[in-house]
Design a protein around this ligand. Structure first.
Ligand code: UN1
Length: 520
């Protein structure tokens, strides 16, 4: 029996895990602490590749802990990885899709088997609490499985078209593009790397994967699982190093056929623009952040609203593109809501996220900490910090969950993604006015609504400009999508394709259509 079958962790069922789950996780953390500090290679053409220099990964949970050393890859390594992927493409493309599905399902099962080890490392690498970390491992495996299922359910996407006569035999087929680059962010280093890589691979593309510099360790664990599952040499390549050297070389490479980028709006838009300057258009699946609102009606269950907001504003220290950053609450219930919201927030323990009692860990790095201090100063000057607003423990990058009130409407932080545990609150009187504000940002990823009134709920669903909507969800007002349960994709500046991950239209984005007409 695999771990996956025994412990089904998802973001919305984080509340009631088996005690055995905790014991095994604790063991894995203790075990890792014994082995911290190893050196890891890149993986190019199935072979380990070492660069002239390495960089140390320091845990944000404890800045005296070096978790491991990773290769400072160069432009040459990136070029070699693309060349390997290009050479491996014809054979992988021509491998029956059923065989690709078998290999990728094996990789998903290996990830599930390694739930505790990978979860423990991810907690220390990112600062995720145990359930968020194990959730990410399982989400990675489930995203891979989801896309395997999609290939199967659609018979590899070969479909009959209409025939003009009995002599005509017309078929639509989807074929892979070629070399696909996956550039992943630090916050979901499993799901947002393994999900796109799995889709690209099962569709028949070969992949060059570059993790965020902060999360090369999880990247390595993913690469290792794919390698051990039997992905042939060159089909999946793993390169580490700087965005400017390795990342830019990949983006600019003429032999790259497509890319999936998850990260900031600015970087994503630059990649999209530079991707149109080649000889012909190339697909770019970009997922680019959010500035996600919640609207709370005077007809809301305020306990649900407070819980949902607390979880989504501060889960993973606000470092989710799905995180809640703006709360619009009806003026008649604002005080009552704030009392409950502050009460729940004050009960959050911030500290070493491998410790079961701590729900919030550190932010990812020094630069995130500096940003936090800067935003807090700015909000304090122009409004009121009604909770938090300070660093809490200097052993790592720990900061308090922060709530800002009375910040003027024209303040830039109402529109700018902070990617930190900071949420801004504002009362409203007129629902349409609140909706206008909720929609008046560059982003359109997730949004939440709390109301017990059916017409109001329909109004929210009809008018919100975002790809992922939640109504009355106390387990997360704007966060916690799960493959197959919620489709996850952004509108406007949040996403480039209008199609979401973990849903019906995802894997098709990694293939191009060909119509085949044969006349007898
Ligand atoms: C992200 O924050 O980058 O819905 C993705 C969620 C997670 C994924 C978020 N499944 O909160």
């Amino acid at each position: 029996m695999t771990q996956e079958q025994r412990f089904k962790v998802t973001y919305s069922t984080l509340a009631s895990p088996d005690p055995e789950l905790h014991r095994r996780y604790d063991e894995a953390v203790a075990d890792f602490r014994q082995h911290a500090g190893e050196t890891f290679p890149m993986l190019i053409n199935g072979e380990k590749r070492f660069a002239a220099e390495t960089f140390a990964k320091v845990s944000p949970t404890d800045t005296s802990m070096v978790m491991g050393y990773f290769q400072k890859g160069t432009a040459q390594d990136a070029n070699d990885a693309v060349a390997a992927a290009k050479a491996a493409f014809p054979a992988w493309r021509d491998t029956p899709w059923q065989e690709r599905v078998t290999i990728l399902r094996r990789a998903a099962d290996l990830l599930s088997d390694r739930l505790f080890k990978m979860g423990a490392i991810m907690s220390l690498e990112v600062g995720k609490n145990r359930l968020e970390a194990m959730g990410d491992v399982e989400e990675t495996a489930d995203l891979i499985r989801y896309n395997c299922d999609a290939m199967e359910a659609n018979n590899g996407f070969t479909r009959p078209l209409k025939n003009e006569s009995e002599k005509h035999h017309n078929t639509s087929v989807l074929k892979p593009y070629g070399v696909w680059v996956v550039i992943a962010p630090f916050n979901f280093p499993g799901a947002l790397a393994g999900g796109p890589s799995g889709a690209a691979l099962v569709a028949g593309n070969t992949v060059v994967f570059k993790p965020a510099t902060d999360t090369s360790y999880t990247g390595w664990l993913l690469a290792e699982a794919l390698h051990e599952a039997g992905i042939p040499a060159g089909v999946f390549n793993f390169v580490t190093g700087g965005g400017r050297s390795v990342g830019q070389t990949l983006v600019d490479h003429p032999d790259v056929a497509g890319i999936t980028f998850t990260g900031s709006y600015d970087v994503g838009m630059n990649i999209l623009r530079s991707f149109t300057t080649g000889r012909y258009p190339r697909p770019c699946v970009a997922e680019m952040g959010g500035k996600n609102p919640v609207i709370i009606s005077n007809k809301a269950d305020l306990d649900k609203a407070a819980m949902g907001c607390m979880r989504s504003a501060f889960g993973l220290q606000g470092q989710k593109c799905s995180a809640l950053s703006r709360i619009y609450v009806h003026k008649d219930v604002k005080d009552a809501f704030m009392e409950k919201f502050l009460d729940l927030t004050s009960k959050i323990n911030v500290g070493d996220p491998t410790n079961q009692q701590n729900w919030m860990g550190p932010v990812i790095n020094k630069s995130a900490l500096d940003d936090y201090m800067g935003f807090v100063d700015d909000l304090r000057q122009h409004g009121d910090i009604v909770f938090g607003g300070k660093r809490v423990d200097e052993s790592g990058y720990y900061v308090a969950p922060t709530i800002a009130d009375n910040v003027p409407d024209d303040h830039a932080l109402w529109k700018q993604e902070m990617f930190l545990p900071i949420v801004m609150v504002q009362p409203f009187e007129d629902f349409d006015e609140a909706m206008k504000k909720a929609n008046d940002v560059e982003y359109g990823l997730t949004a939440g609504f709390f109301s017990e009134d059916e017409d109001e709920i329909q109004w929210f669903l009809d008018n919100t400009e975002a790809g992922v909507l939640y109504v009355n969800r106390s387990s997360g007002a704007t966060t916690g999508a799960w493959p197959g349960y919620q489709s996850f994709g952004g509108w406007k500046g949040s996403g480039s394709t209008g199609k979401a991950a973990g849903s019906f239209y995802y894997v098709q984005q990694y293939m191009k259509e060909q119509s085949q007409t044969i006349v007898d």
